[in-house]
Structures are given as C-alpha cells and as structure tokens.
Design a protein around this ligand. Structure first.
Ligand code: AMP
Length: 211
C-alpha cells in the first residue's frame, strides 16, 4: 500500500515543486487544492465562482467546500500527496476521516524568503509549469520552456495579496505543525535552500522515516 503524505508550509516554501517531483518519481497522486481551485475558477464552475473572491483576497476558501472537494477526489484511493491541504485544524480533522496520513513534510522558510520568491514567481497558464525569474528563469524571455506560452503572474502573487496570504498562513495553518508533531508525523525540512537541496533533504527524511 502506498503511503499518503502531506506537504505543509507557507506559500512560496516550494511545496508545489517538491510535490511534482515526488509524485512523479513515486507514482503518487498529486492533489494540490490550489491547482484544483484555479481550474474550477477558470472553468467558472459553481465551486469556482464561490471560491474566487476568497482566493483573490488571499483568504482561505471555507472548510466545508474544501473538504467535499478533496473527498470526492481521493475517497478509496491510497498513495496521495496532499499539497496545500490541510490548511486549518478543521481540515486536518476532516482529513482523518477521508484518508490516513503516514507522514507530513513541513517546509520551513522565513517571511522575507517567501515574499521574494512569490514576487518573482511566474506560471504557465497553459501547462502549469512554475518559474522564478531570479533563480529558475525560462530560457526565452518570459515564455514557457515546455510549450512556449507567455508566462503570467498569479493575481495572488501581487505584493498586497502576498502579505495577506502569509498572515493567513501564520494564523490558520502554522498551528498544524504542532498538531502533526504531537502525532509523531512531522518531518521538518529547511526550505530556505535551492530546490535541489530541498528535494534531496525531503527524500532523505522520508527514507529515514521508514523503518
Ligand atoms: P495555493 O496555490 O496553495 O497557494 O492556493 C491558492 C489559494 O487557494 C489560497 O490562497 C486559498 O485562497 C485557496 N486554497 C488553496 N488550498 C486551500 C485550502 N486547503 N483551504 C482553503 N483555501 C485554499
């Protein structure tokens, strides 16, 4: 049975980058609630329409919407890598009823690093590839290396929203580290390093974590 993992950490910690590699190398289902919500917003579904205002403000989408969205996608499956979920204690408690969690990788990084990473982040609206104009720029002037589409900045990566998202994280999501620590599931990783170093540290920690 494949393990179920959670990636925890502030916006800009590198959760998505670690998740994409880990999921493809280990054959896990990568479930990013942020990606699912952005897709729902783009398709203007009922859920997308309800979620959009919260996302634009950098606030959390209500727990019951998130929990039913997750439940629908993972029920009865194993080998899931949760990225950006849970984000509140209520979501963590709800998750216990949906899927057992085997380990939680906590990507720790300070606020200044988050702000500078998110300000430089650009994404491909077509294929979802993520770039950083300073540390991982695309080869050609703000175009996606994979599909050539012009890169964009996420609306919520604009400076006023970044500050709000970090505040929301500190208030609502940071307490989850303690919650999972008490359960003996938390693996702390210093995420202030390069993507390669962070990924290598996460792999090592997962290997050591397993008897
Ligand atoms: P992310 O891509 O993970 O940074 O998420 C972008 C936005 O989607 C967040 O700022 C929230 O508005 C919303 N969101 C994503 N995941 C969750 C979640 N688990 N609970 C509540 N809101 C979420």
């Amino acid at each position: 049975m494949k393990r179920n993992l959670v990636l925890l950490g502030p916006p800009g910690a590198g959760k998505g980058t670690v998740a994409q590699r880990l999921a493809s190398e280990r054959g896990l289902l990568h479930l990013s609630t942020g990606d699912v919500l952005r897709d729902e917003v783009a398709r203007a579904t009922a859920l997308g329409q309800r979620a959009k205002d919260y996302m634009d403000r950098g606030e959390l989408v209500p727990d019951e919407l998130i929990l039913s969205m997750v439940k629908e996608r993972v029920e009865g499956r194993s080998g899931i890598l949760f990225d950006g979920f849970p984000r509140t204690l209520a979501q963590a408690e709800g998750l216990e009823k949906i899927a057992p969690i085997d380990a939680v990788i906590f990507l720790e990084v300070d606020k200044d690093t988050v702000v500078s990473r998110l300000s430089a982040r650009r994404i491909c609206p077509q294929c979802g590839a993520v770039y950083n104009l300073v540390t991982q720029p695309p080869k050609e002037d703000e175009r996606c290396d994979q599909c050539g589409t012009k890169l964009i900045q996420r609306d919520d990566d604009k400076p006023e929203v970044i500050a709000r998202r970090f505040e929301v994280y500190m208030r609502q999501s940071a307490p989850l580290a303690r919650y999972y620590e008490k359960k003996g599931l938390l693996i702390r990783i210093d995420a202030g390093r390069s993507p390669e170093e962070v990924y290598a540290a996460a792999l090592r920690a997962l290997r050591d974590d397993r008897p």
